[in-house]
Ligand binder design. Structure first.
Ligand code: MG
Length: 427
């Protein structure tokens, strides 16, 4: 939730008006709570700006989400429903749901898109519609290692999706999951035709193109990028137990060379998806992605009996709702919920400089991150009563709020004769 602090900066300078303004702010929050911003409303249509996939307004971002399992995988793919999408958005704070649309595999008994296009289209549209209704992004992923074999169908499918959904900022097209040994020139040739189909219906939503060797040879794309499209990024995939610093180095080099990257799939495990669950290496990767403003999507939402699944075996979508999670699932849920709290902190402003309050929600020590000296911190309860007040006269002051009861408060900072107010939550 964003607060318009301009009014309060003006009116809160004379201390006698503080109570009135806190009341006004309480009313403002009350109104906004009923129409809380969705993820897509907050960030808009994602947009490539130089080496970054940014918010529509150009702000650098690193958002996190979840990938469904192969849509042609039988029982373990029964997470293609609104229950799952809503739970991932509400409970996991997921910004993306990725649809891994199965194309054609030797093991799928004809259930992939090539053999069963009507059934697969209905399946993926259920998830797309749920994501749009929920206000999160949906990545439509052509989930095959051999997309070039099915180029006409890919063109047809993506053109249809672009016509149906291209006016929605929620939609992201991932046109080739993971090439393996195909030369980059072949991938570019495939991509050109699929992109042309999408752009005939949708001029502007983000398109993501796979890179050779399971999306790890990002340098080949950086050396010879696809030109002429207004909103095109490339894929990088990693599995934390198998791929380490060498791939982070390669990623940064490709960004330095000018292409924007998106981790549409990663695992906390060995690259097979099974074995090697590695929270230590996973955390190194997640920190790297956040520091470098790269968005990322965890593989995978299923109850298949393997370590990269987030739900315990054979528990189904109800198991997800019940919190019956694997070790990897618990790790990712904790990570995504914690980072959401940080991202939810409202920036507020004095003299045009942003100030942050961390952490928020806060249990004991609240820190103010500012580039200039703060004179005082005042905390008000929701009736406008001062419950804590401290003269600080320092950059980046801290305040112990352990004495406060759990609940919501207004925090007011004053500096250089100006004031600003934001909401904090004590737990
Ligand atoms: Mg569009």
């Amino acid at each position: 939730m964003k607060l318009n602090t301009t009014f309060f900066m003006k009116c809160m300078n004379p201390q006698r008006r503080v109570t009135l303004c806190v009341w006004a702010l309480v009313c403002c929050i009350g109104l906004q709570t009923t129409s809380a911003q969705s993820v897509v409303e907050k960030y808009g249509r994602l947009q490539v700006n130089g080496s970054y996939v940014t918010a529509e307004n150009g702000d650098k971002i690193s958002l996190a989400g979840n990938s469904l399992f192969w849509s042609n995988a039988g029982d373990v793919s029964d997470f293609y429903n609104a229950l799952t999408v809503n739970h991932l958005a509400d409970d996991w704070k997921s910004a993306f749901v990725r649809i891994a649309i199965g194309v054609k595999e030797t093991w799928d008994n004809g259930t992939g898109y090539i053999d069963s296009p009507t059934a697969q289209t209905a399946k993926v549209r259920t998830v797309i519609d749920a994501a749009i209704a929920k206000g999160i992004y949906v990545i439509i992923d052509w989930h095959t290692h051999a997309a070039e074999l099915y180029k006409p169908q890919a063109v047809s499918f993506f053109t249809e999706m672009a016509e149906l959904y291209g006016d929605n900022d929620h939609i992201i097209y991932e046109i080739f999951n993971e090439p393996i040994n195909q030369p980059w020139s072949d991938i570019k040739s495939y991509a050109a035709d699929v992109i042309a189909g999408i752009r005939s219906k949708d001029p502007d939503n983000l398109i993501i193109v796979g890179t050779p060797e399971f999306d790890q040879q990002v340098g080949l794309a950086a050396a010879s990028p696809i030109t002429g499209d207004p909103n095109l990024a490339y894929t990088m995939h990693f599995y934390a137990d198998s791929h380490g610093q060498f791939l982070r180095d390669r990623t940064l080099q490709a960004m330095n060379d000018g292409i924007a990257l998106f981790v549409t799939e990663f695992g906390t495990t060995h690259f097979s998806g099974n074995g090697g669950y590695n929270p230590t290496e996973s955390q190194i990767w997640l920190d790297f992605l956040n520091e470098n403003h790269i968005s990322y999507v965890n593989w995978n939402v299923s109850d298949k009996d393997e370590d990269s699944s987030i739900v315990n075996p054979n528990r189904g979508a109800q198991g997800l709702l019940n919190g019956e999670l694997t070790a990897s699932g618990q790790f990712m849920r904790n990570h995504m919920r914690a980072r959401f709290q940080v991202l939810s902190v409202d920036d507020f402003v004095i003299n045009g400089e942003k100030i942050k309050i961390v952490p928020n929600p806060v249990q004991d020590i609240l820190s103010v991150i500012s580039k200039f000296s703060i004179d005082a911190i005042n905390i008000y309860d929701l009736t406008g009563r001062v419950v804590l007040s401290k003269e600080v006269a320092t950059i980046n002051p801290a305040l112990d709020i352990q004495s406060l009861s759990a609940g919501n408060y207004m925090l007011q900072l004053t500096a250089d004769g100006k004031s600003a107010v934001t909401k904090i939550t004590k737990f």
